[in-house]
Write a protein that binds this ligand. Structure first.
Ligand code: CA
Length: 543
């Protein structure tokens, strides 16, 4: 029914302050009314709620829950990200459909799985001619902007304004592609730390560029904390005197699982390189930046190199872990500062009251769990991504949600929040009812995942799988190897129980669910042959 989504969103905001039971009853009753009946009932209250909310989508690259203090404060505090959680909702089960950068972004643009939006692995080019949520918001009167990391190769479409990194983009002194509906795309050079530059551009757009008569949707998207974790000038020596706790699985031996876990190339022990470890300096720094960099890293590196030959293998892993994780956390800290400035601006301008702020990352990440850095796997650390959302008057401050939600739902959520009808070919669901504490009865109980990038970086085998949050079934289909995990008994996923007689019933049920989801999402059979011997080399870096 046209207009129904708009009607639902207005209801949502109007009743957010009421008790959950009363709110649920009222919400369900009033969904049955037409817009006209609703207008007559709510009168002047609707006029203020009718205003379409602004949307600020804050997005990072490779940021995991283990480095966000609203989830886990054992390594870092992120007070500004936590502001979003405290003012709104923290989701504990936000799963990505394909844990890798470009594909996650394409899922968010389209609300469709990788096999339908066509961007299945990094290196693909996004077909920007297809339906995307920014285009639909523009049609509905929104002003749209994307600032920062884009990583979809093709020039952004559907944005009044874009100012984006070329590809991955460097941590310092990035060239950025500027353009939009009215401007021809132009590459511009910048000097400074990329996180700060993206923040300055977002603030400049909010202050000077946007049309204040229209609602806006801003995608504020960081490169950080992507590999190779180069900290900003302010944080180069932060944490120098701290020891970061090690995860329990740092020395995982990959036993009791299918063969891919032991055949990857993403171990801190073996696969981080001298540039990752800052034993070599970045090559594109200005003289001033280089001086600060060397002052921070040279003494630390000299101390390490002087004792390296006398260190045990375990001590070297520990040193690498500390170096890697600290640099990662330093990058997160700059992003947190940047978010604080944008939130301050929204508050100071009186915009915060009518703005949906969502924070997320393109997927999770291994901060040493299983001995790894990187992502890709359907294992918990990379399958899960942080999701925080605040929307005054709609989301109850400090709430926590445990439903299975996904980056597949973001496009639908933005459209629903704006009162725009969700196209029937989108595959996710709006989170707006969940925001109000009214999870629909038919909300998903299981989730489909598919990773495709093999052969590819880090040598992670193609796999698909299903999880219901309690059990997880994974199929490495080119090898026809399976894993089944009992997440309640084995949350670290160290022992596959696939083929275990005790789990036969669960295994059968999970296979049936996997089949059902593949059919539901129209997943084609993947018959890509395995690479020939020698095509896929295991890379080792000497440090
Ligand atoms: Ca990423």
């Amino acid at each position: 029914m046209p207009g129904r989504q708009a009607n639902d969103s207005r209801l949502t905001r109007l009743f957010a302050g009421l008790s959950v039971t009363f709110q649920t009853t009222l919400y369900r009753m009033l969904r049955c009314f037409s817009i006209l009946a609703f207008l007559a009932i709510s009168g002047s209250a609707l006029q203020s709620a009718e205003k379409q909310p602004n949307i600020v989508f804050i997005f990072t690259d490779d940021h995991c829950e283990q480095a966000l203090s609203a989830y886990d404060d054992s390594r870092i505090t992120t007070p500004n990200m936590d502001r979003i959680a405290n003012a709104g909702m923290r989701f504990t089960k936000c799963y990505v459909t394909n844990a890798i950068c470009g594909p996650s972004r394409a899922v968010i643009q389209t609300g469709k799985h990788s096999h339908l939006n066509g961007f299945i692995r990094n290196g693909n080019t996004f077909d920007g001619d297809q339906q995307t949520f920014p285009k639909l918001l523009r049609k509905a009167g929104y002003q749209t902007a994307v600032i920062g990391k884009w990583h979809l190769k093709s020039t952004p479409q559907g944005f009044d304004y874009f100012d984006v990194l070329k590809g991955q983009g460097p941590y310092y002194n990035p060239p950025m592609l500027y353009g939009g509906i009215k401007s021809k795309a132009t590459l511009r050079k910048h000097t400074g730390y990329t996180t700060d530059i993206i923040k300055d551009k977002a603030l400049a757009w909010l202050k000077n560029e946007r049309d204040r008569e229209k609602p806006f949707m801003l995608m504020f998207q960081h490169k950080a904390p992507h590999r190779n974790w180069q900290p900003g000038p302010e944080y180069l020596t932060w944490l120098d005197d701290t020891t970061i706790p090690e995860p329990d699985t740092l020395y995982d031996d990959y036993s009791n699982r299918a063969s891919p876990a032991s055949n990857q190339a993403m171990e801190i022990k073996t696969h981080v390189n001298p540039s990752d470890l800052k034993l070599t300096a970045p090559k594109n720094l200005t003289t001033e930046q280089k001086q600060l960099w060397d002052a921070a890293y040279k003494p630390k590196n000299e101390a390490f190199l002087a004792k390296k030959d006398s260190m045990s293998e375990k001590e070297i892993i520990q040193w690498k872990y500390q170096r890697y994780v600290k640099d990662y956390l330093r990058c997160v800290k700059s992003v947190d500062d940047a978010i604080g400035e944008v939130l301050d601006y929204l508050k100071a301008e009186g915009l915060a009251e009518n703005t949906l702020v969502m924070y997320s990352s393109d997927q999770g990440w291994y901060l040493g769990e299983h001995g790894w850095f990187d992502k890709r796997w359907m294992y918990e650390e990379s399958l899960k991504t942080p999701l925080l959302a605040s929307w005054p008057g709609v989301i109850k401050p400090g709430s926590v949600n445990h439903d299975i939600v996904s980056n597949l739902d973001f496009a639908e959520t933005f459209l629903d929040a704006a009162g725009v009808e969700i196209p029937s070919d989108m595959q996710g669901k709006s989170l707006v009812p969940i925001f109000t504490g009214n999870t629909p009865d038919d909300w998903r109980q299981s989730f489909y995942y598919h990773y495709y990038e093999f052969p590819g970086g880090h040598n992670v085998a193609r796999h698909y799988g299903v999880t219901n949050g309690k059990q997880k079934l994974i199929h490495y289909y080119q090898l026809d190897e399976w894993e089944l995990f009992d997440l309640e008994k084995d949350p670290d996923e160290l022992n596959s129980v696939y083929g275990n007689a005790e789990y036969r019933k669960i295994q059968t049920a999970m296979k049936e669910e996997l089949h059902r989801l593949r059919k539901l999402y129209e997943v084609p059979v993947d018959d890509t042959p395995l690479p020939k011997p020698g095509e896929q080399k295991k890379r080792k870096n000497k440090v």
